[in-house]
Design a protein around this ligand. Structure first.
Ligand code: SF4
Length: 713
C-alpha cells in the first residue's frame, strides 16, 4: 500500500512539473511570435515557419474514399477504406461495416494486417516496375534490323534465325542490361515474335502462363483467351508451384472446400497443423484467442516455435516433414479405441454413409501366391451390363447379406440411368463395414511399408476377413484400413504390433516417436482427446491445415493421413469440424461464364491446355538430369510396370495414349499438317493422331453433360 501511494505521489509530481514546463514554454516566446496551441498545450501550430506541420496534415488529406482489398494472392480479402486525393492513394483504414455474425460470437471486423496497411507504399514504390524493359543487346539488334528491313516480323525472324545474334542476346540473359522501352515498341516486338513463331514453328510452340484466376479473373481470362485464339497452350499452375492440396480432389472430388475462419469458433477441439495462423491468416487470428475463452482446446503441431504456438494448450513439434507418421499413429489409436475395442455409433454411422470404407475390394493373387489389394468390386463384376456399371462400386448390405451398388457413386454422376441417384440416400441398405464375423474366412495380404532403409520399400503381411463374391475373394476398405494401420483383431493371421509401445511395426505411437520425436504418450493422448471430443460433440473437432505440410514431397499422402482422422471421427461437413485449409481454396465463382471467356470457347474449341509440371520437365531438359528411375518410390506390391523406365517415359506414354494433353503435339508445324491435302473421304496422310483411349472400359461414360475440361482454378 505504501509503495503504491509513493508511486502515485511521484506521478503527480511529474505531471505537475510537465504542466509548468509547458506553460513556461508558451511564455518564453515574444508575444507577437506566440503560436496557437491545442488546449493541452502539447501541440503548437507555427505557420510562420518554413517547416511547419502543414505537409503532415496534407499527408492525410483526401477528397474521397473507395472500398477495396489487396488482390495479391492474399486470400484474406479484407475490406479496406482507401483514401484518395487527386487520384492517388494517400492512406487506408480498415472498413468497419461488416455485417454482424450474431450476438453469441465475436465479429469478423476489423480485418486487416500490417502488409495490407502499408499497401499503398508498394503501389507507389520507386522500385516497382511500371514500364516495359528489354535487353539492350536485343533491342539494338531489333532496331537495326527493323530499320533496314522495314518489317517487324522480318526483323525478328532474321535475328532469331541467325545463330550468332541469337547466341548474343540469349547469353545476355540474367546479367542485367535491361533498358526501358516504350509500350508501342515493346508490344511490336512481342507481336512480331508471336507471328514469326506461329508461322515458322506452329502456334503450339508458344505457351501462356498465369496464376490464380480466382484472384484476378479478368486479367487471367484475357491472357488465356488470347492464347486460345491463336492456338497456343495455356499451362496449368497450381500443380507446378504446389499450392493446391492435391489430396482434396483425391479424397473429396472437388477443390478445397473449407469453412470460413469464423467456424473455428464452433470447434470444441482445434489442431493447427502446419498453419501459422497469426502470420498467414492475420485478419482471422483473433478467432483463435476468442474461441479459447469458450473452452476450446488448441493444439499446435509445428516443428518450430511458430507464432501460432503461443495460442496452444499443447505444442507437438515433430521433425520437419514427418507429420504423416504422427497422423498415422493417431489414426492407429482412433481405430483401436473407437472402432475395435470401443464403439461410437455416431462414427460408425458416419463412415458407413459418407466414406468408401464399406466398399468391397478384390484381393488379387500374385505369381508367388501372395495376395494384394486390387480394384473395387463393381456392378459390372456382378454381371450388370449398364453403361456405367464398371463405375459403380459395390458394398455388402448387412440386412440382406448381398452385394449391392448404392446410389451416389461415379457411375450415377454422368449417365442417363443415374438420373435421380446422385445422392447418398441409402434407403433400406445398411452397409457392412467389416466382413469379420464368427467363422469368417481370412486371407493374408501384402502391404508396403516405406519407413525402412536398405534395399528399398519392404512389405508386411496382415490378415483380413474375406468373402468370395463374383468368383473372387474380396474384403472391405475398412478391413484393409485396419490392416494398413496395424490394428490387430482376434482371429486374423499375419504380423501385427504387440501394442502402442511396439516401435518395430508401422503406425504405432512408439513407431512414430522414433520418426517424429513426439512422445508416444502425447500422440496417443491427443488422438484420444480429439476423437472423444468429436464423439461428444458429433464432429466438432477441426484441423486447420496449411502450406507448412503441403509443400513436402508426397504431401498428398501426408494430407490423407490428416483427413482420415477427420473422416473416421465424423468431423467433415460439420460446423466446427473438418479440415480448414487456407491455401488453394480460392475459386472463380462465375465459373461457367468465365470459362467460356478465358478458353475462347465461343470462338474455337477445345483450347489447348497443358500440365505445367511435365511441360517444364520436358522442354527445359530437366529430365536429362533426373537420375532417379520411375520405380524408385514405387510400391513393392505393385506389378513392376515402372521398372527400368524413366519418368519422361511415363509422361510420353500418357500423352501418346491420350491420358494427358501434351503440347507441342507434333514434330511439325500444325499449320502445315492442316494444309496437307486429305485423301477423298479420309484424314490427311500424316495428320495429327486423334486422342485414343486404348481401353474403352477404363474410361468414364460420356452420355451426359461432362465436367468442364481444362479446369484451371
Ligand atoms: S490479410 Fe492483409 S494483405 Fe490480405 S487482404 Fe487483408 S489486409 Fe490485405
Amino acid at each position: 500500500m505504501a509503495r503504491r501511494q509513493a508511486r502515485r505521489r511521484a506521478e503527480q509530481a511529474a505531471a505537475a512539473a510537465t504542466e509548468r514546463l509547458l506553460r513556461a514554454g508558451s511564455t518564453l516566446r515574444p508575444a507577437g511570435a506566440r503560436a496557437a496551441t491545442t488546449p493541452d498545450r502539447r501541440a503548437v501550430f507555427r505557420p510562420d515557419q518554413r517547416v511547419n506541420d502543414t505537409p503532415y496534415r496534407e499527408r492525410w488529406a483526401h477528397d474521397r474514399t473507395v472500398r477495396s482489398t489487396h488482390g495479391v494472392n492474399c486470400t484474406g480479402s479484407c475490406s479496406w477504406k482507401v483514401y484518395v486525393k487527386d487520384g492517388l492513394i494517400t492512406w487506408e483504414t480498415q472498413q468497419t461495416d461488416y455485417p454482424t455474425v450474431g450476438p453469441d460470437r465475436p465479429e469478423y471486423e476489423p480485418r486487416g494486417c500490417p502488409r495490407g496497411a502499408s499497401f499503398s507504399w508498394y503501389t507507389y514504390s520507386p522500385t516497382r516496375v511500371r514500364h516495359p524493359h528489354a535487353r539492350g543487346v536485343l533491342l539494338e539488334m531489333y532496331r537495326e534490323a527493323r530499320e533496314r528491313l522495314g518489317d517487324p516480323v522480318a526483323a525478328w525472324a532474321e535475328i532469331t534465325s541467325d545463330p550468332e545474334r541469337r547466341r548474343r542476346y540469349q547469353a545476355a540473359r540474367g546479367k542485367g542490361g535491361l533498358v526501358r522501352v516504350g509500350w508501342d515498341e515493346a508490344l511490336e516486338i512481342a507481336a512480331a515474335a508471336h507471328v514469326h513463331t506461329i508461322a515458322a514453328h506452329g502456334p503450339d510452340r508458344l505457351a501462356g502462363f498465369s496464376p490464380i484466376p480466382a484472384m484476378s479473373m479478368a486479367s487471367h481470362a484475357v491472357g488465356a483467351r488470347f492464347m486460345a485464339l491463336i492456338g497456343a497452350p495455356m499451362l496449368s499452375f497450381y500443380d507446378w508451384y504446389a499450392d493446391l492440396p492435391i489430396a482434396s480432389p483425391q479424397v473429396f472430388g472437388d477443390q478445397t472446400d473449407v469453412p470460413e475462419s469464423g467456424d473455428w469458433w464452433d470447434a470444441a477441439y482445434l489442431m493447427l497443423w502446419g498453419s501459422n495462423v497469426p502470420v498467414t491468416r492475420t485478419p482471422d487470428a483473433h478467432w483463435m484467442a476468442e474461441a479459447r475463452y469458450r473452452g476450446q482446446k488448441v493444439i499446435v503441431v509445428s516443428p518450430d516455435y511458430a507464432d501460432a504456438t503461443k495460442f496452444a494448450d499443447e505444442w507437438l513439434h515433430p521433425h520437419p516433414g514427418t507429420d504423416g507418421a504422427l497422423a498415422m499413429a493417431m489414426g492407429h489409436v482412433v481405430l483401436r479405441e473407437f472402432f475395435v475395442d470401443g464403439h461410437v455409433p455416431y462414427f460408425t454411422d458416419y463412415v458407413r454413409r459418407f466414406t468408401d470404407l464399406p466398399f468391397l475390394v478384390s484381393l488379387d493373387a500374385r505369381p508367388d501366391g501372395t495376395r494384394v489389394p486390387g480394384k473395387f468390386l463393381t456392378a459390372r463384376d456382378l454381371g450388370d451390363e449398364d453403361e456405367a456399371a464398371a463405375w459403380k462400386p459395390v458394398l455388402l448390405d448387412a440386412v440382406t447379406d448381398r452385394p449391392t451398388a448404392p446410389a451416389g457413386t461415379l457411375g450415377d454422376r454422368w449417365t442417363a440411368d443415374g438420373e435421380g441417384r446422385w445422392h447418398l440416400e441409402l434407403g433400406a441398405v445398411k452397409p457392412a463395414l467389416t466382413l469379420l464375423a464368427p467363422g469368417a474366412r481370412t486371407a493374408e495380404v501384402l502391404l508396403p511399408r516405406f519407413d525402412e532403409g536398405g534395399d528399398g520399400p519392404a512389405t508386411v503381411r496382415r490378415g483380413v476377413p474375406v468373402r468370395h463374391v463374383a468368383g473372387r475373394p474380396v474384403t472391405t476398405v475398412f478391413d484393409l484400413l485396419l490392416a494398413a494401420y496395424g490394428v490387430r483383431r482376434d482371429g486374423l493371421p499375419g504380423s501385427w504390433p504387440t501394442g502402442y509401445e511396439d516401435a518395430s511395426s508401422p503406425c504405432t505411437p512408439a513407431w512414430q516417436e522414433a520418426i517424429t520425436s513426439v512422445p508416444a504418450g502425447q500422440a496417443t493422448r491427443i488422438a484420444r482427446e480429439f476423437a472423444r471430443t468429436a464423439a461428444a460433440t458429433r464432429g466438432r473437432a477441426m484441423i486447420v491445415m496449411g502450406a507448412g505440410t503441403n509443400h513436402w514431397f508426397h504431401s498428398d499422402t501426408i494430407y490423407r493421413a490428416f483427413l482420415s482422422l477427420l473422416l473416421l471421427t465424423g468431423c467433415q461437413g460439420v460446423n466446427g469440424g473438418g479440415w480448414a485449409h487456407y491455401v488453394g481454396q480460392e475459386k472463380v465463382r462465375p465459373y461457367t461464364g468465365w470459362q467460356q471467356l478465358s478458353t475462347a470457347a465461343d470462338w474455337v474449341r477445345p483450347s489447348r491446355q497443358m500440365a505445367g509440371t511435365p511441360y517444364w520437365y520436358l522442354h527445359t531438359g530437366q529430365w536429362r538430369y533426373d537420375r532417379q528411375g520411375a520405380d524408385a518410390l514405387s510400391s513393392p506390391t505393385g506389378k513392376g510396370l515402372f521398372a527400368g523406365r524413366h519418368t519422361a517415359d511415363l509422361v510420353a506414354q500418357s500423352a501418346r495414349l491420350g491420358w494427358m494433353p501434351s503440347c507441342p503435339a507434333f514434330d511439325a508445324n500444325p499449320l502445315d499438317v492442316g494444309r496437307r491435302p486429305a485423301p477423298p473421304g479420309g484424314r490427311p496422310p500424316s495428320g495429327p493422331p486423334t486422342r485414343s483411349r486404348p481401353d474403352a472400359s477404363a474410361s468414364p461414360p460420356r452420355t451426359r453433360t461432362r465436367p468442364p475440361t481444362g479446369r484451371v482454378c
